[in-house]
Design a protein around this ligand. Structure first.
Ligand SMILES: *Cc1c(COP(=O)(O)O)cnc(C)c1O
Length: 419
């Protein structure tokens, strides 16, 4: 996290003091380091140098167009999970031939759009999905390039809400069913089988579950190839974990080495779908303290950012490190909850945290908020969405304006009888 660092006890992003951004753009605001984004992409991509591969940034982690462009300019493809994401990826300049389309619930409209644009691959998750895709493609006089998303039934050893590769989760197709479906798909005139896919979960901090999943996928590929069903792409999804607190996730080099060891030197293209790894530690949520509150010995720091802006603590009990923007080692330290103005008990950003005393009006940074932060946000409590800012050395750029209160009602319509 060294792109956020103190200079004269003032927290900076690269060379810009965060207090300057707060003064000019207001709070709450997401701030990202462009240098960090570039570095993460470079280190991930170069870990696979020498292996034919395509890094498809999983844009649900953060779909801001400036972040997309940062990766696309460096050769990235994009992993999308909706028609909206597909359009954003194309708008960001992504070559359709570098777009993979994941997700359990693609609509016919979305399939049409993706076929029209000529994407690289649909990751198909069910029999009915494959049947519909075949029909849609036939009607358009096309062949839909597909991989089946296999559920390898491995325990990714992560939070239950972000584990996707267990038999009980809604994702993917079981291995025996997938073999059957591949054989069926090979007969479908609107389907072109191009690969096999899996994604076992997010924030993975150990290699063993990934190795087990890749092993299983490779075994399936071998069986299918013996039957003449050729796999040109092996897509192993995303999930590489990052440091929020004291985790020790594998490095991209270790991750790449483990995968390559299992794949051997087969001449297939490896597709990777990292999300969190590329953006998680690139960003913070910068918020201002409103009040300190104490009740029955329990301390609360009320800030202007909330769970609608950063949902991870409420949703996953996620840990985000907290830093004061002005560091002062002389302050007393005490245990406190950091909470927002939203009317929910789950509206917290940190619980029972040992923190220096924050004065009202002071700035607080919630670290590691670049992934699944803004993109998961909502307007709950009619709170306009925060702004997003990208820092490049001594300059900063608003890459998403703060939503205005007027924006909240602009699509609402009042029926005549209520007027
Ligand atoms: C969410 C998701 C990813 C990215 O996961 P990260 O943990 O952010 O790397 C990749 N592939 C699929 C199919 C996903 O749903």
């Amino acid at each position: 996290m060294n792109h956020f660092h103190y200079i004269n006890n003032n927290l900076h992003c690269e060379e810009v003091p965060l207090s300057k951004i707060a003064d000019q753009v207001g709070t709450p605001v997401y701030v990202y380091s462009s240098h960090f984004l570039e570095e993460q992409f470079r280190s991930f991509d170069s870990a696979f140098a020498g292996t034919p591969h395509l890094v498809c940034y999983s844009m649900k982690a953060n779909s801001n167009g400036a972040l997309l462009r940062t990766f696309i300019k460096r050769g990235a493809g994009i992993d999308v999970v909706s028609g909206g994401e597909l359009v954003r990826a194309l708008k960001g300049g992504c070559d359709p031939k570098k777009i993979v389309y994941s997700g359990v619930g693609k609509t016919e409209e979305e399939m049409k759009l993706a076929l029209e644009k000529g994407i690289l691959q649909f990751n198909v998750e069910a029999v009915e999905e494959l049947t519909l895709l075949n029909q849609v493609a036939l009607r358009m006089g096309q062949k839909a390039p597909i991989a089946l998303r296999v559920n390898p039934d491995v325990d990714p050893e992560t939070h239950a809400y972000i584990a996707t590769g267990l038999a009980k989760s809604k994702f993917g197709i079981s291995q025996p069913k997938a073999l059957e479906l591949y054989r069926k798909g090979a007969q479908m005139k609107g389907i072109e089988i191009v690969g096999i896919d899996c994604h076992i979960g997010s924030q993975l901090t150990r290699l063993a579950p990934i190795e087990e999943a890749v092993q299983k996928v490779m075994e399936m590929a071998k069986i299918l190839e013996a039957e003449g069903i050729v796999m040109s792409h092996i897509d192993i999804g995303g999930g590489l974990g990052i440091v929020y607190r004291d985790e020790t996730p594998p490095t991209p080099q270790e991750y790449a080495l483990a995968i390559r060891r299992i794949m051997g030197n087969r001449s297939v293209k490896l597709i990777l779908e990292p999300g969190r790894f590329l953006v998680g530690n690139s960003g913070i949520l910068l918020t201002r303290v409103l009040f300190n509150k104490e009740r029955d010995g329990k301390r609360f720091v009320v800030v202007d950012g909330a769970s609608n802006d950063l949902m991870r603590p409420a949703l996953y009990d996620a840990y985000h490190q907290i830093q004061p923007v002005l560091r002062d080692s002389g302050r007393p330290v005490a245990i406190a909850d950091v909470v927002g103005p939203v009317c929910e008990t789950a509206d917290f950003l940190a619980l029972d945290r040992e923190l220096p005393r924050f004065e009202s009006g002071e700035l607080m940074a919630l670290m590691s908020a670049g992934a699944y932060g803004y993109s998961m946000g909502s307007n709950y409590n009619s709170r306009p969405r925060p702004a997003e800012v990208l820092v490049k050395r001594q300059d900063f750029f608003v890459i998403n304006e703060r939503e205005k209160i007027e924006d909240l009602t602009k699509r609402e319509k009042i029926p005549e009888f209520l007027m």
